[in-house]
Design a protein around this ligand. Sequence first.
Ligand code: NAD
Ligand code: IPM
Ligand code: MN
Length: 361
Amino acid sequence: MTGKIAVLPGDGIGKEIVSEAVKVLRCLSEDFGLEVEMEEALVGGTAYDATGNPLPEETLNLARASDAILLGAVGGYKWESLDISLRPEKGLLGLRSNLELFANLRPTFLFPQLVHASTLKPEVVSGLDIMIVRELTGGIYFGKPRGVRRLENGEREGVNTLIYSESEVRRIGKVAFDIAMKRSKKVCSVDKANVLECTEMWREVMSEEARNWPEIELSHMYADNTAMQLIREPKQFDVIVTTNMFGDILSDAASMLTGSIGMLPSASLDKNNKGMYEPVHGSAPDIAGKNIANPLATILSVAMMLRYSLDKPQMAERIEKAVSAVLDEGKRTADIWTQGTQRVGTSEMGNAVVAALRRQI
Ligand code: NAD
Ligand code: IPM
Ligand code: MN
């Protein structure tokens, strides 16, 4: 038995894209001998509707008892006016914090077949391969105090707190340096040290930790400049390490370098490499239920699961090769469609990946 996988489709397109990823896992178990057990549970708005809680105890227990978690996405218009503690997003944040999934890896890789799908010029993006390492269980997402209160003069005041301990910075720095050792050995740490004391400390701790990694070339960049440089000359980056919120924003921006946010997978890991795997995008309520969402980010997240948590790197490669083969065939969902390619729906794309996998037998 390779492992037990908790399958949490969530809301909106979450269900559609996870179905395709599950097809891929089934194919690997039927045709390639992968031994996995899958169990499904509710999370997000769907869980709130059924139980009054976006992260039911049962789901958290299943996630804890599993070797890896496959998540679709959470959120939607329907739940936007709920109290923030009951919103679908709290389900996702609860999984991340309860399971201590502090290291979020967001590989921003351009399949060469998609060089014309990006809104940027081909020469700017071709050959692009960046790893964004986002801190995931700290920073302003979880800092206290937080909330909105009524002042004596009657107006409201909102507060969130950006807070990092030295050890939180050091442990995400180590993850980034370790990854960089297997790549170009270049790490760019992104902060706002010119304005925010917390990230001034972030910068100092990164530099201190880097002394333990003599082969690593560490640079620092302000978050605003990084946003600009990612669009201007993205290939200057190899590994980027940054805070929870900067990582959230920069990875959405970086996704367009690869053609579409529908292409970007992610892994959220704890200190033992147990992980949750999900696309970088959200539940896309604007296109949910139409069979047009791109399932490749989720399918590529399964490849990351096989590599990082289930120790099956050859299976991961099989999936990545199958995705590449499908792109070679010219099949494209609407978000990555360009003139001369064949537009397919969500389930057709999933079926095409399975067919390409079967051709590898
Ligand atoms: P989004 O990522 O859901 O969508 C942004 C845009 O990208 C939309 O136009 C959408 O149609 C498109 N898009 C996203 N994924 C796509 C795919 N696979 N194929 C084709 N097009 C795709 O972001 P949003 O609209 O800001 O947020 C919608 C909801 O999702 C919110 O409730 C938000 O909180 C939630 N969200 C959840 C996650 C998650 O579960 N990990 C991540 C981001 C946002
Ligand atoms: C992401 C999402 C989440 C985040 C939301 C849905 C809580 O945007 O995974 O990128 O902000 O981390
Ligand atoms: Mn995001």
